[in-house]
Ligand binder design. Structure first.
Ligand code: SF4
Length: 447
């Protein structure tokens, strides 16, 4: 159970030295309890108190990192059952399956498909993991294919075998990448714990029931393994779905530590139909997969899954925003149109897409409205003449075009008069209300 501010205060030094950024230990304790401060801000907490406070403030679902560097995948760390309660923290990773009995050409093709990526609302969406499975029973073959995966991509890696010896062979090729070891079971738990600790790698644990799963994670934790991923062993949609909800609920609502870890699910083992597999994967994006292993990646199924993940894992209290500035689309020159919009990412994405479709090179001015769309920003007083004029002056667009004509969104038409008064030397034109009408509008453009 989390500690209250007063309980935390009792464990602090009570010197009120102020080095933590607030004047008193009590204020710091209250901030800690509210999640607004980090314990590390106080340099004087005793080791004993630190251990108690860290234990009490640990998230109910342990965050686990797979891989290293920029493309490391962090999963877990969740604190709510439902997104609208606060937000989901760490999106699930998508993994493509490669086995060591596949033809080399198939392995190459899958590694190529692993590189699929998409730009959307200013973000790059792509999968994170390659799951390398030992089906041959041959440690040398496994090591060879793991080396190939490592050379061909900076992805996170899942090493899959029930044999610790074979996993050790795979680790020879990629231990520095901190792969996920899959999987510790009742039969190999002690060896897997040694392997995970010896290489500082996370380890997945697989059981045939949730009770067994909890027992195995308790043993792994006792053995000193902290980074654990859960596989409940179910391979039907219904059972796996129920397991995900039970695990999340046990960890968050019941504070049951042995199930307080992220999960791994295998849509690739639940059906042979690629479209059904994608639909099953979509269920676990929403509820509550930590890693989702797919048999293969295809653009038509991967893209919707990546977009679903983006939608569910954005913070519902903070709109996605694009950086304020001048966006040059299609190589504009001094005679090109200048359009204005807000920095709500979806608005930017739609408007820039319509300008591209028009094939009329243009400047798009994106103004910071704290991520609000045109109508919302206008209603909030953030996209009105008084605010727009200083932005247009300071952004430097006046030096880039000769004509000094500014096209504002149709929904902000009421601002055109005021804006012309504020922006002397500029002619303000009212553009279409709907983005879809921009290509036709731009075809009539004259500088
Ligand atoms: Fe108290 Fe530590 Fe903050 Fe000093 S730094 S006021 S001892 S909590």
């Amino acid at each position: 159970m989390p500690l209250t501010g007063i309980e935390i205060f009792k464990l602090l030094p009570k010197t009120n030295c102020g080095e933590c950024g607030v004047p008193t230990c009590l204020a710091f304790a209250m901030n800690l309890a509210a999640g607004k401060a980090e314990l590390s801000a106080c340099p004087y907490v005793s080791e004993e108190a630190r251990a108690k406070l860290e234990e009490a403030s640990a998230p109910p679902i342990t965050p686990v990192t797979i891989g290293v560097g920029d493309r490391a995948l962090k999963i877990g760390g969740e604190t709510v059952m439902f997104r609208h309660e606060k937000r989901f923290e760490n999106p699930p990773g998508f993994a493509i399956l490669i086995t060591d009995i596949m033809e080399e050409s198939e392995v190459d093709a899958r590694l190529e498909r692993f590189k699929l990526q998409y730009e959307r609302v200013g973000l790059t969406l792509r999968p994170e993991l390659v799951a390398v499975k030992n089906d041959s029973g041959d440690a040398t073959k496994f090591e060879t294919i793991v080396s190939k995966v490592k050379q061909n991509s900076d992805c996170g890696i899942i090493l899959m075998s029930s044999s610790p010896d074979i996993l050790a062979a795979g680790l020879k090729a990629c231990a520095d990448q901190k792969p996920l070891l899959y999987a510790a079971t009742e039969d190999n738990l002690d060896r897997m714990a040694e392997l995970a600790k010896g290489n500082s790698c996370p380890v997945a644990v697989k059981a045939s029931s949730l009770e067994e799963l909890a027992q195995l994670t308790a043993r792994l934790t006792e053995a000193g393994v902290k980074d654990i991923v859960l596989d409940s062993g179910s391979r039907t949609l219904r059972r796996t779905f129920e397991d995900q909800i039970f695990i999340r609920s046990a960890a968050l609502v019941k504070k049951f530590r042995p199930l307080g870890f992220p999960t791994i699910v295998f849509p690739c083992e639940m059906t042979d139909d690629p479209m059904k597999e994608a639909v099953i994967a979509s269920v676990f994006v929403a509820k509550y997969g930590g890693i989702i292993v797919l048999s293969d990646f295809k653009g038509e199924s991967l893209f919707p899954l990546l977009v679903e993940r983006l939608n569910i894992y954005t913070d519902p209290q903070r709109p996605l925003a694009t950086t304020e500035g001048i966006y040059e689309i299609g190589g504009p020159d001094e005679n090109s149109p200048v359009l204005l919009t807000t920095n709500f990412s979806l608005t930017y994405f739609l408007i820039s897409g319509e300008i591209e479709t028009s094939r009329i090179p243009s400047y798009l001015l994106v103004m910071d409205t704290e991520g609000l769309s045109v109508m919302t920003a206008w209603a909030a007083g953030k996209f009105v003449a008084d605010a727009i004029a200083p932005f247009v002056k300071k952004c430097g667009i006046g030096d880039k075009v000769k004509h000094h004509k500014l096209v504002i969104p149709g929904y902000a038409a009421v601002e055109s008069g005021g804006l012309e008064e504020e922006l002397s030397g500029w002619e303000v034109l009212v553009g279409p209300r709907e983005g879809a009408h921009i290509p036709a509008y731009l075809k009539t453009w004259k500088p």
